[in-house]
Design a protein around this ligand. Structure first.
Ligand code: NAP
Length: 321
């Protein structure tokens, strides 16, 4: 099969098209003929090998050479233990180790897949999984956002952020979106009540405090963040600097105990139930998976560059013919 291959960590130029063996599903896996995939911030991180957690699958070079975490397509074959799907079914979901999707065929666990709604295209479905589930858990499930609360989303104009802004509004919150100058009108169009341009203003220095801060691109110390939280407020870091993630892990319990503010890492639990829950909201038109651009299979390097340069407003989707 054809796939986009990454031999080294580096720039989009490090990618090449190649032929590799079609994967075979393990007992609990489904082999999917991929029709569409989407790009997440994690794909860019996996390409450049930064932050350091992006090298968990291979420190010097990626052991799985195929990037791509979100897929949608048709079931080709199933492992002997798979109960929910049969060949021909239309499905979408996530790759188990965040890799393997930018290819003609991909194998993943049946637990990370769901049936594609009939009214949704493969492209729309591929845009949902990783970003939608991060938002669902960060805003609704773990975040527990209530009507009237003040919620700030840092990195609001990217993949997970666009779902998070819409979901926080749906939960009745007053939402502040933080991203670069070019994305501020876009954030307002998603429903953000307030926007902050991170190139001009530091949200921790405005004097405003929040009930929940969801940070998809953390680079501020926990002490700075603490300042922007209301008493009993919660900060969830999703991705970003490893130093900050470690700070949150080790100092979070102390801040919770002595300052009464919940500073935590959001370890996203990927599962079919949450994928279906966010997809139902999309089907009902309550949340829109915003697709900024679509690229063809051979344009994966350009698609990654577009996301890596921070130009994408929402999702970038790859059509795999
Ligand atoms: N915790 C978990 O279990 C888990 C699971 C899956 C994924 N993740 C992580 O979740 C993150 C999700 O990212 P994503 O897919 O939403 O990324 P994305 O699509 O690249 O979006 C990131 C957004 O942040 C903006 N940004 C960059 N620097 C910023 C700054 N200093 N302040 C505010 N905004 C800034 C970017 O725009 P500009 O660059 O143009 O400014 C972009 O709009 C990734 O780091 C991934 O590794 C975590």
């Amino acid at each position: 099969m054809k796939a986009v291959l990454q031999d080294e960590y580096g720039s989009p130029e490090a990618l090449r098209f190649g032929e590799v063996e079609k994967p075979a599903p393990k007992n609990d896996e489904v082999l999917v003929k991929v029709h569409a995939a989407s790009v997440n911030g994690s794909d860019w991180e996996g390409l450049i090998g930064k932050p350091l957690y992006a090298r968990l699958g291979g420190f010097r070079r990626p052991s799985n050479k195929i990037l791509g975490s979100d897929i949608a397509g048709r079931v080709e074959s199933v492992g002997v233990l798979v109960e929910q799907y049969k060949p021909g079914d239309e499905v979408f979901g996530e790759m188990a180790d965040y890799r393997g999707g930018f290819a003609e065929y991909a194998c993943t666990s049946e637990k990370l897949l769901a049936r594609k709604p009939a009214g949704m295209t493969f492209e729309q479905a591929a845009a949902i999984p990783q970003a939608g589930v991060i938002a669902l858990q960060g805003i609704r499930d773990k975040g527990g956002v209530q009507p009237g609360q003040n919620v700030l989303i840092n990195g609001a104009g990217g993949s997970a952020g666009t779902f998070a802004v819409q979901l926080a509004k749906l939960c009745g919150a007053e939402v502040t979106g933080v991203d670069n100058t070019a994305k501020l009108d876009f954030l307002r169009s998603l429903g953000a009540d307030h926007v902050i341009d991170y190139t001009r203003e530091d949200f921790t220095r405005t004097g405003k405090q929040y009930d929940l801060i969801l940070d998809v691109i953390a680079h501020r110390s926990v002490f700075t963040i603490k300042r922007a939280l209301k008493p009993n407020g919660t900060y969830y870091v999703v991705g970003g600097s490893v130093a900050i993630l470690l700070q949150v892990l080790f100092l979070g319990p102390l801040i919770r105990r002595f300052a009464g503010k919940n500073v935590r890492v959001l370890a996203v639990q990927r599962n079919q139930k949450d994928l279906l829950a966010i997809t139902e909201l999309c089907e009902a038109g309550k949340i829109v998976p915003v697709i900024d651009r679509q690229y063809l299979f051979h344009e994966v390097p350009e698609a990654l560059r577009y996301v890596g340069e921070g130009r994408a407003r929402g999702k970038v989707v790859i059509r795999i013919e």
